[in-house]
Write a protein that binds this ligand. Sequence first.
Ligand code: NAP
Length: 286
Amino acid sequence: MKSIFRSDLFEGRVAVVSGGATGIGLSIAEELASLGANVVLASRKRERLVPAARGLAEEYGVQVDGVVCNIRKRDDVESLFDHTLERFGKVDFLVNNGGGQFPAPAESIKEKGWNAVIDTNLNGTWHMCQTAANKYMLQHGGKIVTVVADVERGFPGMVHTGAARSAVINMAKTLAVEWASRKVLVNCVAPGIILSTGMHNYPPGIAENSIQRVPLKRLGSCEEVAGAVLYLLSPVGDYVTGETIKVDGGSSLWGESWPIADVDTEGMVEIPPWPEQRWPQYALKE
Ligand SMILES: NC(=O)c1ccc[n+]([C@@H]2O[C@H](COP(=O)([O-])OP(=O)(O)OC[C@H]3O[C@@H](n4cnc5c(N)ncnc54)[C@H](OP(=O)(O)O)[C@@H]3O)[C@@H](O)[C@H]2O)c1
């Protein structure tokens, strides 16, 4: 999908994109690069970072670095921003796209799994936001966009990420207010079900089976999510902060995501009696 923005819109700008070597993050990084931005991709797997960074740099003639960084680790995050500032002297945009989770009914999630998902999606995002702010943005302004998930109606089947993403949405509102006077804008984009590399981590068919519960009756693309992120980063997004934009084909408004078993009515509580039925001896006589 070709960008709707002017091709030199982000010339000379610098963006850090976590999880920027795959899926939605790669689409975001690609659109930024195609509009002239220098980009730092940050994630754990060097074997994905190297080809993505070299490929984007060659294709769009901008500078693209791949930095190995586990967003759960504060030291890694500090080094990421130190590297970015040494190399480019600034960081205009932070896109928190790195994240992940696994489907499981709430009662079966082990402590380790719960902690891993919270650590990545909530603590990792926090490390990135606070470090970017303290090392650069609070002095110079900037924009932060976090890719969350469509958690408005809860997130049955993935309670851990639902809790983490809701926290991040609230965090964006708070930071939007606290950092407004420093010209740091903080927003989120909430994708519905998107055909991306992330789908390789789910059981086969899960995406296709979801189509029926999306009002637009199709799945989304990485480029459609990237477009919403780019809108927020662009100058037309300059009056938007603390907001979450859904890119979900309407799926947060309609459709069942979690079948609920029929209720057994046996032993159901009874309607309580009126007081005059409970204590007839005190009932008022006409
Ligand atoms: N696809 C969807 O339908 C959908 C829906 C809602 C939300 N999302 C969210 O959108 C984002 C992008 O997902 P995607 O679908 O494009 O899947 P993806 O290709 O699996 O992207 C996830 C990215 O996050 C990086 N990452 C994971 N843990 C990390 C960590 N601890 N530190 C640094 N980077 C980390 C991964 O890179 P490494 O493995 O190299 O670290 C990967 O590049 C994720 O946050 C995802 O949860 C996706």
